[in-house]
Design a binder for this molecule. Structure first.
Ligand code: H79
Length: 419
């Protein structure tokens, strides 16, 4: 068992032999993905019958104990006419995100894809009548982004045998195994059969799922698409990689494959009054912090019921993309660097290079670096395309790199140390 304060969620670890699995190579290289929480909850957007419902937007059905028969009515109003797959994928692309994970079915049970196994889906139950996952699949192919699906395997507040809804149904009498066998598995099969190659399936909140049930889901995914990854929240420590708790970045580097799922504001599904957005600097530094500890950053957007990604999210993602366009070499495909646990900097590394990410640029620009453990042969600013050498001198405890007197980048100035 993991300790209660572990950054990795209970049950969300990975198999012990996963670390060397080449199926994860693309994902290890990618570092940065787009999470999309989109569903019927974007209509109430945090408010039910004139009352503000606290907590994350996509949990409104549970938090307000909305009966299935009432919540279902939202489908008749769901008509996201501004949805444009090309635009969404282009935002991810311009942000420097390499994969996109979208909710195919969240805890509310509404299916955002055309499923044979229910009419409670976007094609059958809404005036919109289109399958956004199909459109995203085509665009992801075109723009070179890996398409991945979130699927809530345990909680389903709409299905009579799914977990979590105790206001319409009685938990104790549910046939949960029947729900997994006759509903979850056929739907996972649809997701892996109808949309081309899928990078990974992102399961969530394992709760009551048994090891045998988790195992059978992983086996099913790998049987249909052997290369498709499964995240740790499938439950029972058998995923291909570990997920931390939501929005949690571990204090130290972790020697396993892991990912932090995170929000830009405080909700996953769109909420009209959540306007507390993290700044571009915070987001860039979180991406670098995570990368320097060996993880991936899966950063969420919650589009509106009209199909629009909120502009504050787009602005921040594009700012990240601008920084990555210059500094991506120090992020993509890197491993944690030798210096850990410092406030002012982070380090990442590739063969022959250590990337010193400076968050707090010292006045005067003298960068005192200790603990590299390797001989430095030169230094330059990653943003400097002519690679003008910076003066490096040795001191008893390390080196001093003479950088410009003020920070060359407002978010994170990257100095390349050749070793
Ligand atoms: O999909 C997103 C969340 O909906 C989901 N995981 C991310 C990726 C998630 N499922 N469970 N949790 C997160 C934990 C949530 C707990 C809370 Fe609550 C929901 C706190 C407040 C609302 C449960 C219900 C505890 C209080 C009410």
């Amino acid at each position: 068992m993991l300790p209660d304060d572990s950054p990795i969620r209970q049950g969300s670890g990975q198999r012990t032999d996963a670390r060397k699995d080449p199926r994860l190579d693309w994902w290890r290289e990618a570092k940065f993905g787009m999470f999309i929480h989109w569903g019927l909850y974007a209509i109430p957007a945090g408010e039910w019958k004139g009352e503000k419902i606290p907590g994350i937007g996509e949990w409104i059905m549970l938090r307000a104990r909305i009966p299935v028969a009432e919540y279902e009515q939202l489908a008749k109003q769901f008509n996201p006419v501004h949805f444009n797959a090309a635009e969404w994928v282009s935002v991810a692309k311009r942000a420097g995100q390499k994969y996109l994970v979208i909710t195919s079915k969240h805890h509310d049970g509404f299916c955002m894809f055309d499923s044979k196994y229910t009419n409670y889906d976007i094609v059958d139950a809404t005036p919109f009548g289109r399958d956004p996952l199909r459109e995203l699949a085509a665009e992801c192919q075109k723009q070179g982004i890996r398409l991945c699906f979130y699927y809530s395997q345990t909680q389903d507040w709409h299905h009579p045998n799914g977990d979590g809804n105790d206001w319409d149904y009685v938990e104790e009498t549910k046939d949960f195994d029947g729900y997994i066998e006759n509903y979850v598995k056929p739907q996972v099969r649809e997701l892996l059969t109808n949309y081309g190659p899928i990078g990974l399936i992102w399961f969530d909140t394992p709760k009551r799922i048994t090891e045998a049930q988790s195992r059978s889901l992983v086996d099913l995914v790998h049987e249909i698409q052997p290369a498709c990854l499964v995240n740790g929240r499938v439950g029972n420590h058998i995923g291909d990689y570990a997920s931390t708790r939501d929005n949690v970045i571990p204090a130290d580097l972790l020697d396993l494959d892991w990912e932090t799922p995170a929000t830009i504001n405080h909700t996953w599904g769109y909420k009209k009054d959540d306007e507390d957005w993290k700044s571009p600097t915070e987001l860039i530094q979180k991406l670098v912090d995570i990368t320097s500890k060996g993880g991936n950053y899966l950063l969420n957007v919650g589009p509106t019921a009209e199909g629009i990604i909120p502009q504050p999210s787009v602005d921040r993602l594009l700012a990240m993309g601008e920084w990555l366009a210059v500094n991506g070499e120090a992020v993509y495909g890197t491993r944690p660097g030798p210096i850990q646990g410092q406030e002012w900097c982070r380090t990442t590394t590739k063969p022959g290079k250590i990337y010193l990410h400076v968050f707090d640029w010292p006045t005067g620009g003298q960068l005192r670096v200790a603990g590299l453990g390797q001989k430095v042969s030169g230094a330059y600013l990653l943003a400097d395309s002519s690679k003008t050498p910076l003066l490096v001198s040795s001191t008893p405890d390390g080196i001093v790199v003479a950088g410009p007197s003020s920070a060359p980048d407002a978010h994170d100035s990257v100095v390349v140390l050749t070793v």
